[in-house]
Ligand binder design. Structure first.
Ligand code: ARG
Length: 619
């Protein structure tokens, strides 16, 4: 209902200007304008919206706010466009203006959505008057080569994918970038170690699998930590690689391929699209970072290392903290790569990505790293005016004991095992339910449902909690059929779609309602739709929140808002369906209510789709 909100805002503004021309002129002179302070009503009994703009005018105008509100309301009443939208406004409390939409307006909104595959959600370019929006970079997943992808990367993958889906749906060109760690010191250790224990891994594809690689990496790390000669050789090996030595590059390529294939299996299972652009991509731009920073007078050599001292960030001793850009041995680090990446992403095309917004989805532990990188990038002038750069942090994944997630044997949990277990448990739950209901289903059905539910449960559990807090991983909770879970919502879709289908004999009539409304547009009378019950209006109002919720996720990057909305919508639907007859109602109530069922199912499907969760026909 954002378009309604927009229209109302304009009408309120105009009414305020008409009611208080001098005050408005004065406000305009100082570059501002009166603010209607329009927001959704805090309680249903206050109507749909509430405008609090009269209150701050009391002082400058020297009038009681209720009187100001009355003057605004008088002007509103004189505006036919307003009267077409709202019932007579009510003044409440100290001077709040409560606004209630006309029922026929709500009905028209419903009718418009029934004929609209986007369910009333506009696109960013529509809002920008047809102008193509600048690309948005979503940097997510980003595991490290030769190391196992862990639950933290899984969180980043699931949250990042959801944000990318929402931004894409809103019509932004999205670059889904996998900033894999493929260029660090781990290669020096790994190559040195492999040369001695498994040289075939360095010149033959598939000689080792990721599990072995991870084990080799651990051994290499252990040697690095307590063997000085090994350390030196490993360091030389990194230098060789980064300088482009062909043999090192070949070994590096093989190791990366090996990891890449394993990562891809996880992405395929979860239906995640990503473009790999690892740290190595930025290697050619690292020197330019140092040059730019030197030219800008930001680079300071401190104990042999190239640093930029951060403003407003000091260490324990009260001295400003540096962001190290070049180590004393001349090598570059994680921060240098991120500086090169940010510089490249905001640089205009074709030299860079020409991004307008760059989003990084990582654990909260990297917050100070990104704050430092963003600050230096800003001071270096790499972030264009109007562009934004955001770190999207998330909390740790914990076991049910509140400690770091571990297997029973105390090892780190492998993602493959975690996903397998979710699917196995979903299958066991399903078989139990089928037995209870004495239903016969074939294995294809069972496998399909169990896979969908299991993976959906993992994704949804991750998305439904506020990402900032730590998150307790529990198979039992995520697979429960009740509560704010994926199985609950998937089940709601099946049930509601089923009701809409069972109205089958009237499906044709439903179609024509949608069709005529789509042709006639929102403001026209809407065919046969007719609503009268409070439960219907409650459901309609909930359905019409979709575009606002999506816009909120787009700005605040909090997928849990969308989850809460979908959960709330299913509950409002249940109240409606429990208390109001649908299939047994007389016309035109019957088709109108069936239309609400269909719109609810479509809204849930669309919302779950944005979370990266496919829905089921039956389960
Ligand atoms: N590879 C890093 C890690 O595993 C995450 C990279 C995040 N992206 C970035 N541009 N730094 O922690």
């Amino acid at each position: 209902m954002l378009s309604v909100l927009d229209a109302l805002n304009g009408q309120l503004l105009a009414a305020m200007e008409r009611a208080f021309p001098e005050a408005s002129a004065r406000a305009r002179e100082s570059g501002s304008s009166p603010d209607p302070q329009l927001a959704p009503a805090s309680k249903p009994e206050f109507g749909d919206f509430q405008a609090n703009g009269a209150l701050p005018l009391a002082k400058p105008l020297g009038q009681p706010p209720r009187q100001i509100a009355a003057a605004i309301v008088e002007q509103l009443a004189a505006d036919p466009a307003f009267s077409a939208l709202c019932l007579e406004p009510q003044i409440a409390g100290p001077g709040f203006i409560n606004l209630t939409l006309r029922p026929e307006r709500l009905t028209a909104e419903v009718a418009a959505r029934l004929g609209d595959p986007r369910l009333g959600v506009s696109t960013a370019s529509e809002e920008a008057g047809g102008q193509a929006p600048a690309p948005v970079v979503v940097d997510f997943s980003s595991p490290n080569i030769a190391k196992e992808m862990h639950v933290g990367h899984l969180r980043s993958t699931i949250i990042g994918d959801c944000l990318a889906r929402v931004l894409e749906f809103r019509g932004h060109p999205v670059l889904r970038l996998n900033h894999v760690g493929d260029w660090g010191t781990q290669f020096g250790m790994l190559i040195t170690h492999l040369k001695q224990v498994a040289p075939e891994a360095l010149d033959t594809a598939d000689a080792v699998d990721l599990g072995d690689l991870v084990a080799f990496y651990r051994q290499a790390k252990a040697r690095f930590d307590d063997d000085e000669t090994f350390q030196t050789t490993a360091r030389e090996e990194v230098v060789k690689l980064q300088a482009g030595d062909p043999l090192s590059l070949k070994a590096w390529g093989l190791l990366c391929d090996q990891s890449r294939r394993e990562f891809q299996k996880i992405y395929d299972r979860l239906d995640i699209r990503l473009s790999e652009r690892g740290e190595s991509f930025y290697n050619p731009f690292l020197q330019a970072v140092v040059d730019d920073l030197t030219a800008a007078g930001l680079l300071v050599v401190d104990a042999g290392a190239g640093c930029v001292f951060l403003e407003g960030v000091s260490g324990k001793d009260g001295q400003p903290l540096p962001l190290i850009v070049q180590k004393s041995d001349g090598g570059f680090n994680y921060a240098t790569t991120d500086l090169a990446a940010i510089r490249y992403r905001f640089a205009p095309k074709p030299e860079g990505d020409g991004a307008g917004r760059v989003i990084y989805v990582t654990d909260a532990g990297q917050a100070s790293h990104f704050a430092g990188v963003f600050q230096v990038a800003r001071r270096a002038g790499w972030i264009p005016e109007g562009a934004s750069v955001e770190h999207v942090p998330f909390g740790l994944v914990q076991g049910e004991d509140g400690k770091k997630l571990k297997t029973r044997a105390g090892d780190t949990v492998r993602l493959k095992d975690l996903l397998d277990e979710a699917v196995e448990r979903a299958e066991a739950d399903l078989r139990r339910r089928l037995a209870e209901e004495e239903r016969q289903e074939d294995d294809t059905f069972i496998e399909h449902v169990a896979t969908t539910v299991g993976l959906a449960a993992v994704k949804y559990a991750d998305l439904a909690t506020n990402r900032i807090t730590n998150y307790q991983f529990s198979f039992d909770r995520m697979l429960a059929l009740t509560g704010n879970t994926a199985p609950y919502l998937l089940y709601a879709v099946v049930r509601i779609a089923g009701i809409a289908r069972r109205g089958g004999d009237l499906e044709g009539a439903g179609e024509s309602v949608a069709g005529s409304a789509a042709v006639a547009g929102g403001a026209a009378p809407c065919g046969d739709l007719s609503f009268s019950e409070p439960q219907e209006w409650a459901l309609i109002r909930e359905l019409l929140k979709l575009d606002g919720v999506i816009a909120e996720v787009e700005t605040e990057l909090l997928p849990n808002r969308l989850c809460s909305y979908l959960f709330e919508l299913s509950q409002v639907f249940n109240r409606f369906y429990d208390q109001v007859p649908v299939l047994k109602a007389d016309e035109p109530a019957r088709s109108s209510r069936l239309a609400l069922c269909r719109l609810t199912a479509d809204t849930l499907k669309l919302g779950l789709g944005l979370l990266g969760i496919p829905t089921l026909e039956r389960m």
